[in-house]
Each structure stands twice: as C-alpha cells, then as structure tokens.
Design a protein around this ligand. Structure first.
Ligand code: F6P
Length: 394
C-alpha cells in the first residue's frame, strides 16, 4: 500500500502497481467551466513527475471514433499546450454526450439504432497506446464508464464535473459555482424589469433531476418562488403565493424553476426522449408554467430559459481552485497507486472515494436539509404548500 500523505482515501483502493509513465486524459459529457483548469493541473503535475500525458479528444470518441474528431484524436500534451487556459470555459480536448462506450450508439443489421458495449475496446486501445492509466473527467455517466474500465483492469481515476452538482460523495463539482453565479446575475437583472412592468418572470435553469442550481441561484437572487425536481409543485400554491404578494403591495414575482421540476401527479417537460447512446433532453417547463400562471393569476407572465448560457464563460475563482486541486490530486492518486477512485471535495481535504459508490447515483437536494428550510424561513414559496402568513418576500 502506498497512500499519499496528502490524500485521504475512504476506499482502501490503493494497491501496489507498476510505475506510471504515460497517462491518458479525457473530458466527457456536457462541458462545464473548470474543465480546462483540470486539464492544466493534470498535465503540469504529471509532467513534473516525468510522465507523458496524452489528451484524448471528444471523450472516448478519440479512441473509438477517431475519424469523427476535428484535429488529432490523441495528442501528447506538455506545459506549453496548457499555458494560460485555466481561466477559459469549455475544454480544449472537446467533449460529447454521444460517445458512452458502455452504450455506444450505432445501427443494427436492419438499420435500427442499437447500443453496443465497447468498453473492452477502450481498454485494448489504451493498452495499445501504452497508456498506463486514464484520468476521466466527467459527470455520473463518465464515472460509471470509469468504474467499468477499472473493473476490466485499466488503472483509472475519475474527476467529478458538472454544473448540476448532482454527483454523490463530493461536496461540490466544479462548474456549479460558476453556473449559480451567472444565474444569480440573471435573476438580479430580471427583478428590475419584472418590478417595472408588474410581471411574473419565470426563469428556467438546468440541473437535470436535481434542483441545486435552482435552489442556490433562487436564494442568492431573491426569488419569490423556487421549484425543484425534489418537491413536486401545485400551480395553485404558486398562484396563492403571488396573490399574497399582490395583496401586500408587491406586484411582481420571480419564479425560478429547475428544468427537471414537475407538478404533483404530472410529467416533466421533455424536449427529446432518450435514444440510442443519449439520455432524454429536458426543457420547456418555464414556458409551460408561464401559461399556467398567467391563467391562474391573471397577471402578465414571461419566461426565460438560461439553458446552455449556464455552462459558458470563465470559471469562478472557487471553480478554478477546485479544478486545480482535483487535477493535481488525480495525478497524486495515480502516483500513490490508486485506481477505481474519484477525487472528491471533502470537508477539509481532497478525498478518494470508490467509483462504485458514485457510478449510477444522483445526489439530489435533501428535502429535509437546512437550505430548503432556509428558503421556507425566508418566505420563499417552494410550490408544495400554501404560503404561510407573511410569506410575501420582498
Ligand atoms: O448535465 C449538464 C447539463 O447541462 C444538464 O443540466 C442539462 O440537462 C444537460 O446537460 C443538457 O445537455 P445537452 O448539452 O445535451 O443539451
């Protein structure tokens, strides 16, 4: 066992392993601000150890479908290649959410879409390229892939990424803070137009099946209503909260709705259903609520979708720091012989947690948690109960 003194392992996953000389690095799934910071940290830390670092383009497609890549599908990266990229959004390696090796999209003999497990090919292709280990930067899907590759004998360390903050076993993923900051700025701007025109503004934010972005941005931006996937809502409860504000002399309201929110007994808004190699695409709940609230309140309502704007732009200072810490810790973990683990933000330090405890899980907002309690205590309507006395917000 060769644990690194600066890494806390909650897994016991470290084992004696052959020394690392060459690693692969890829970013998978939706992009998030901070990915370039991780790439930079991995490359710089690996180079200091004398390792070669090879960037794989467009997630696993750089290995499985190199002909689809713009530019070299696999490229050696040195310090010069990652110079001054830590503050840039996106990922210099490219990414895709259509290249999951466990469910790789293709066509069957009859032309119908099929999904194939090509993870064995990934392991073989890594070996053929002399890669001793792989750093996989991604969300829950990517952590599931990383776990499967580890189970097939490849040395893998995962790095948690997503603006949605829905990965288990880490206090935060990078990208989340930047997304919340931008959404908060947008909500701030909507207050003045909503107030001036006595309107209800509905703001739809991303987050998939978790309401972290909506809850945090909603509280930070002073929203009057916040709707989360974790708490199914009733339009009547929202209308009652708006009416209560009206009666108290506040003629505008800001409603922040997570894309995955749904009414009690109703359906989520889905833009496109799941298909071979890709998950369902959420979206449209804001427009639906705009119409429903206009009918229920008689007020003028407008909706705005922040969508992919939440993924763009420069990472916040917080995200830059955890991206750097995650990337450096991933290299430290490999140097210490770890595999099958994800670097995670713990209360005090970066920790290593087993990928099997992360893969396939979604960390949702705890309904009994203190942030939800805080929202209620501030008088914010969460759509699940009639507003209490004085719950008008400001
Ligand atoms: O997981 C990140 C995320 O931004 C989700 O919040 C959103 O539902 C999804 O990606 C959108 O993905 P796409 O880029 O395919 O539209």
């Amino acid at each position: 066992m060769s644990a690194h003194p600066q890494l806390k392992s909650t897994s016991g996953a470290q084992a004696e392993a052959a020394p690392v000389r060459r690693i692969g690095l890829l970013t998978g799934g939706g992009d998030a601000p901070g990915l370039n910071g991780v790439i930079r940290a991995v490359v710089l830390a690996a180079t200091r150890l004398g390792w070669e670092c090879h960037g794989i383009r467009d997630g696993f497609n750089g290995l499985l479908a190199p002909e689809t890549c713009i530019g070299p599908p696999v490229q050696r990266l040195g310090a010069v290649d990652v110079h001054a990229i830590g503050h840039l959004g996106g990922t210099i390696l490219g990414t895709t959410n259509r290249g999951n090796p466990l469910r790789y999209p293709g066509r069957g003999a009859d032309g119908a879409p099929v999904e194939t497990d090509r993870s064995g090919e990934v392991v073989a292709l890594c070996r053929a390229r002399g890669l001793d280990a792989l750093v996989v930067v991604g969300g829950d899907g990517s952590m599931g892939i990383a776990q499967a590759l580890h189970a097939q004998g490849l040395r893998v360390v995962g790095v948690p990424k997503t603006i949605d903050n829905d990965l288990d076993r880490t206090f935060s993923t990078f990208g989340f803070d930047t997304a919340v900051g931008f959404a908060t700025d947008c909500i701030d701007r909507l207050h003045t137009t909503a107030h001036s025109q006595h309107r209800v503004m509905v703001v739809e934010v991303m987050g998939r099946y978790a309401g972290w972005i909506a809850l945090h941005a909603g509280i930070a931006g002073g929203a009057h209503v916040i709707l989360l996937p974790e708490l199914p809502y009733r339009v009547e409860a929202i209308a009652a909260a708006i009416a209560q504000r009206e009666a108290a002399g506040h003629h505008h309201a800001i409603v922040v709705v997570a894309e995955g929110a749904q009414p009690v007994g109703g359906e989520r808004a889905v833009q496109a259903g799941a298909e071979a190699g890709r998950a369902e695409r959420l979206g449209g709940i804001g427009a639906r609520l705009e119409a429903e609230l206009a009918a229920a309140t008689g007020k003028e309502c407008r909706s705005v979708v922040l969508g992919h704007l939440l993924r763009g732009g420069s990472p916040s200072g917080f995200d830059r720091v955890i991206a750097a810490r995650f990337g450096a810790a991933a290299v430290r973990a490999l140097a210490a012989g770890a595999s099958g683990v994800m670097v995670a933000l713990g209360p005090e330090a970066i920790e290593l947690v087993p990928l099997r405890e992360v893969a396939g899980r979604t960390r949702t907002v705890p309904a009994a948690g203190d942030t939800i309690a805080t929202a209620r205590e501030l008088g914010i309507c969460l759509g699940d109960e009639a507003p209490g006395a004085g719950a008008t917000g400001v």
